[in-house]
Design a protein around this ligand. Structure first.
Ligand SMILES: Cc1cc2nc3c(=O)[nH]c(=O)nc-3n(C[C@H](O)[C@H](O)[C@H](O)COP(=O)(O)OP(=O)(O)OC[C@H]3O[C@@H](n4cnc5c(N)ncnc54)[C@H](O)[C@@H]3O)c2cc1C
Length: 395
């Protein structure tokens, strides 16, 4: 059995096989040396992004009425797993990951005018959007954000600061969560937050890159908002309702990240197995030693088990059934399994694993991210403890 073959937990219809094969064909044009160079030079992979846009993949989950393909999270996860399994790993996914469920609040709650204005240029790749939620002093406690939007006639004026705003160097638009009513003036702390989709206008927004460990082809930034004027027509949904609007995209987001993790994990494992078969030390291939074999075999099992949870969560979401437990579990299991696979791939390569030439160090640097963001392992365990096991909320 070839271990990078068909997903065991997914019914591979002809349409899904077509998606997988076409995406793989496109991604294979961008090899390890392309991505290594982008990572080293901290350069956005414009060629890759343009190729994905041109082939129509950026609109996979957007409604057909606006130029998208109208497909579900299952197909999106299959696409992202295929992208992540290519040389671009998490970097490649992060160039357009936001397109899949980031604009979901616009799709579900936007006005007809907003959908017509916002969605088509995202699908063609003409517009890139960044996502501004996290703030330095709020962290995972999202309702504690302090970036303020104050109503001024038929516009809002925004002041504040965000952190980790991915692709803000490249983006022309920002999906921005703000506070319109201070937290101490609302009945529930999830109230009083307002969501905007607006221009990333550099006259009022300073974007400062964060120097970081990996995924360096895709930037992440501090963003400072100084008297940013936002027209009322850029508000998504009702004032004060922003937090609720974001909730719908949380589960698909976790499912996509989980699928991406499995893709990167499998790629690293394949490289490790190949190296273990070829590398001869003490007169025999290192892969003949059980101390090399067993961790890799264990990683295969862990990745496949996590993958089953990915497709389970995806089918529940697409079937409009509750999937919080499965989506969170998939993300947790896949991020851990992929991290272990990437770590083992580096160690299987010995000293050469530390050299950029073999690329496994790049995958390891990238795969550290999904255990931290967009939601940490600890928060997932809190969710399972409370929502599945009925234990009291701990924070
Ligand atoms: C490369 C990168 C890209 C990102 N891109 C974006 C983006 O585009 N847009 C955006 O808005 N955000 C983005 N993020 C932010 C990301 O979502 C946050 O880093 C993440 O939500 C964690 O917040 P924090 O880093 O402030 O951690 P903190 O909230 O400070 O938490 C620190 C640690 O403490 C733990 N912890 C906190 N509270 C508890 C508790 N009650 N119980 C147990 N453990 C706890 C957490 O699990 C975590 O391990 C990105 C982050 C990174 C690293």
């Amino acid at each position: 059995m070839e271990f990078t073959g068909e997903p065991m937990g997914l019914n591979m219809t002809p349409e899904r096989r077509q998606i997988r094969d076409a995406v793989k064909g496109l991604c294979d044009r961008f090899d390890d040396s392309y991505w290594s160079e982008k990572d080293t030079k901290h350069e956005f992979p414009h060629e890759f992004h343009a190729a994905m846009a041109q082939a129509g993949w950026l609109g996979l989950t957007m409604p057909e009425a606006y130029g998208g393909a109208g497909l579900g999270v299952t197909e999106a996860a299959l696409m992202m797993q295929t992208v992540a399994n290519s040389a671009g790993a998490i970097s490649a996914c992060s160039t357009f990951h936001i397109n899949l469920f980031g604009p979901h609040p616009v799709v579900l709650y936007g006005t007809e005018e907003q959908k017509r204005r916002i969605l088509p240029p995202l699908i063609t790749g003409e517009h890139k959007v960044a996502f501004g939620v996290t703030e330095p002093d709020a962290g995972l406690d999202t309702t504690n954000i302090t970036t303020r939007a104050v109503k001024d006639g038929n516009r809002y004026i925004v002041n504040g600061q965000k952190v980790w705003t991915t692709t803000a160097q490249e983006a022309d638009k920002i999906l921005l969560l703000t506070r319109t009513t201070p937290r101490d003036k609302v009945a529930k702390r999830t109230e009083g937050l307002t969501l905007f989709y607006t221009d990333l206008d550099r006259r009022y927004i300073e974007v400062r890159a964060i120097d970081k460990l990996g995924r360096n082809a895709v930037d992440s930034n501090m963003t400072f908002y100084r008297d940013l004027p936002v027209p009322e027509e850029d508000r998504i949904g009702a004032e004060g309702d922003g937090f609720r609007l974001l909730l719908d995209s949380l589960n698909p987001e976790r499912i996509l990240i989980a699928a991406e993790c499995v893709g990167v994990g499998r790629r690293s494992l394949a490289k490790a197995a190949e190296y273990a078969r070829d590398r001869v030390v003490f007169g025999r291939p290192i892969g003949k030693n059980q101390a090399i074999q067993h961790p890799l075999a264990q990683s295969w099992m862990a990745l496949e088990a996590a993958d089953l949870m990915v497709w389970k969560a995806a089918s529940l979401y697409d079937g409009r059934e509750p999937c919080g437990a499965q989506a969170n579990a998939a993300k947790y299991l896949a991020a851990d399994a992929a991290f272990d696979a990437c770590d083992r791939a580096v160690r299987t390569h010995g000293g050469f694993g530390y050299a950029k030439e073999y690329h496994v160090e790049r995958y390891l640097r990238e795969i550290m991210l999904p255990r931290i963001a967009p939601v940490s392992r600890e928060m997932i365990m809190c969710f399972i403890a409370e929502r599945v096991l009925g234990l009291p909320k701990s924070y």
